[in-house]
Design a protein around this ligand. Structure first.
Ligand code: HEC
Ligand code: HEC
Length: 482
């Protein structure tokens, strides 16, 4: 062969190797890490969001060091209520999956795992399945968008910072410089539109899934969506199958609610297809990730109130509960499981109005020809379903919009409930029963909740508000035991 021929062969081989490397580093899906326990799978496992919305791990890791000014306090992601636990590489609620390079996505635990402390000096207790009152889902998004929109989001800055953690191979460095960093920057900046129309700010522990669904799944602009709502507890959900899930009861099928949650968070339809193919096969080498989550949540038990309870006082509260509250809140109560009309209930109607018949229809036709389907989304009459009160001590702040900080406040007439408080601080108020909502630390670490903002009214649900003070005290004591 001529010299030119040899040079060509070598060139082709080199290009092939580079191409293969690029392919391998960009698209190859490595087997997903399988967590042994169902709880760890829920806390750290993947629900398919890394492919479309994942941030390359090394970039994700160094962003808080480069842009601390876009986080509310020192401490990195922990400052927006993302829980790190010893012995785990990733914090709770964030999964890491290799798609070419390791990428970080959000999972269900991000909004469905709570942190509680008795005193500021304590190590937090962690409650998987409880609403993540401390988590800043919108702040997380906004942090990523702000970082990506900053002129310092460059290959030089980011690679320099990554070098403090790891020595990337030179082909990987090229890949980060010319592909991953610019791509991530573009992808994150696109997310700016996602919550732009969602008003007011969600604050800690809330998310606007209506607006988010329109944006990620139905490809409509989120528009002026006012669907912000408190994350919900996920206790023994299977028992309620057939009634209405979500605050407004917009879908009675647990399987559809779990699956749609993954899609809303950004799982791609291709991932959903793969996951659904093994839904019934727990023996598969990669069993269905969502099925594991579904099984885990189906019968998850609410944890007991961890602080002292006055048992005698609670016993007298039980009678008041049976007489005043049980008809709506007990599964065998006459009004359980279906939405209480908003006119009668009087709580803020913004969230129930945000979800429309058109949204339900769009969801129901979304899956098209896929083997998995959404068929049971619906638009119930405006109102909210009375949630079961098992583990209610962990549901604070209360009501669908999280507008009432404590049980004590919920039993006050609406005009006497706090007009402003801070959400997200995890120290527990054992007297009022809820999280401490004011004071220097709550203000420093939490987000302000203002009941005069649209969607935030703390009106309505006047049940029990006219009881004598002593009966209220007993009722609150009883609710601790639920
Ligand atoms: C960004 C925060 C967030 C994430 C992530 C999230 N959820 Fe939720 N979840 C919510 C909010 C907020 C609601 C209440 C929605 C409403 O009615 O407006 C909710 C409601 C639910 C409900 C209804 C509970 C009931 O009692 O009716 C279920 C079930 C649920 N989520 C499961 C999941 C699963 C499974 C995942 C992961 C695939 C997930 N969620 C991820 C915020 C989140
Ligand atoms: C007529 C039906 C009805 C009665 C009676 C009733 N509730 Fe409710 N309750 C609801 C509904 C509906 C909601 C959800 C309202 C919302 O979020 O806007 C709710 C919400 C709550 C919440 C908030 C739960 C959470 O996760 O944030 C608590 C706590 C509560 N009720 C306690 C009580 C107590 C205590 C009584 C008795 C004094 C009572 N309720 C009586 C219908 C009722």
């Amino acid at each position: 062969m001529s010299r030119l021929g040899w040079i060509l062969v070598v060139l082709v081989l080199l290009l092939g190797a580079a191409g293969l490397h690029t392919y391998y580093r960009l698209y190859r899906v490595a087997p997903v890490q399988q967590f042994e326990s169902a709880e760890d799978h829920f806390l750290y496992g993947s629900v398919g969001t890394e492919e479309r919305r994942g941030v390359p791990y090394w970039i994700w890791l160094v962003l808080p060091r480069i842009f601390p000014e876009y986080l509310p306090a020192p401490g990195g992601y922990a400052s927006i209520g993302i829980i790190a636990r010893d012995g785990h590489e990733m914090p709770i609620g964030l999964s890491k999956v290799e798609i070419g390079v390791p990428r970080v996505g959000v999972n269900c635990a991000f909004c469905h795992t709570a942190m509680v402390r008795a005193r500021p000096s304590d190590v937090p207790m962690v409650y998987p399945g409880a609403p993540a009152h401390q988590a800043g889902a919108q702040e997380y998004l906004r942090f990523l968008v702000a970082a990506a929109s900053d002129a310092r989001f460059t290959a030089d800055t980011i690679l320099g910072e990554i070098a403090r953690n790891v020595k990337l191979s030179w082909p990987d460095q090229l890949l980060y410089r010319f592909v991953l960093i610019p791509d991530t920057r573009r992808a994150l900046r696109r997310l700016a539109d996602e919550t732009a129309g969602s008003l007011p700010a969600w604050g800690r522990g809330r998310a606007d899934l209506v607006g988010r669904a329109r944006f990620t799944l139905l490809d409509q602009p989120a528009g002026a969506s006012h669907g912000a709502a408190d994350a919900m507890p996920l206790w023994h959900l299977q028992r309620r199958n057939g009634h209405g899930y979500q605050w407004d009861g917009s879908n009675p099928s647990l399987e559809e609610v779990v699956r749609s949650a993954a899609v809303i968070e950004g799982a791609s339809t291709a991932w959903m297809d793969r996951d659904f193919a093994v839904w019934d096969r727990s023996d598969a080498r990669q069993p269905s990730s969502l099925r594991r989550v579904f099984d885990y949540l189906s019968d998850l038990q609410p944890p007991k109130y961890p602080f002292p309870v006055d048992v005698a006082l609670a016993a007298t509260g039980a009678a008041t509960y049976a007489a005043t509250c049980a008809q709506c809140h007990e599964p065998n109560g006459g009004r359980a499981g279906t939405a209480i009309p908003i006119g009668e209930l009087g709580t803020d109607r913004t969230r129930t109005d945000a979800w429309t018949a058109g949204d339900a229809e769009a969801f129901n036709s979304f899956a098209g020809t896929h083997a998995w389907k959404f068929e049971r989304f619906r638009k119930p009459a405006p109102g909210y379903v009375a949630p079961r009160l098992d583990g209610v001590w962990l549901n604070a702040p209360y009501l669908h919009n999280g507008s009432v900080p404590t049980l004590g406040d919920l039993l006050e007439a609406p005009g006497d409930r706090p007009a402003r408080f801070w959400r997200g601080y995890d120290v527990y108020d054992q007297v009022r029963v809820g999280f401490v909502g004011d004071g220097a630390e709550a203000r420093r670490l939490g987000t302000l909740f203002d009941v005069t903002q649209p969607g935030n009214a703390a009106t309505g649900h006047i049940y029990g508000t006219t009881l004598p003070a002593e009966e209220k005290r007993a009722l609150v004591e009883y609710l601790k035991t639920r």
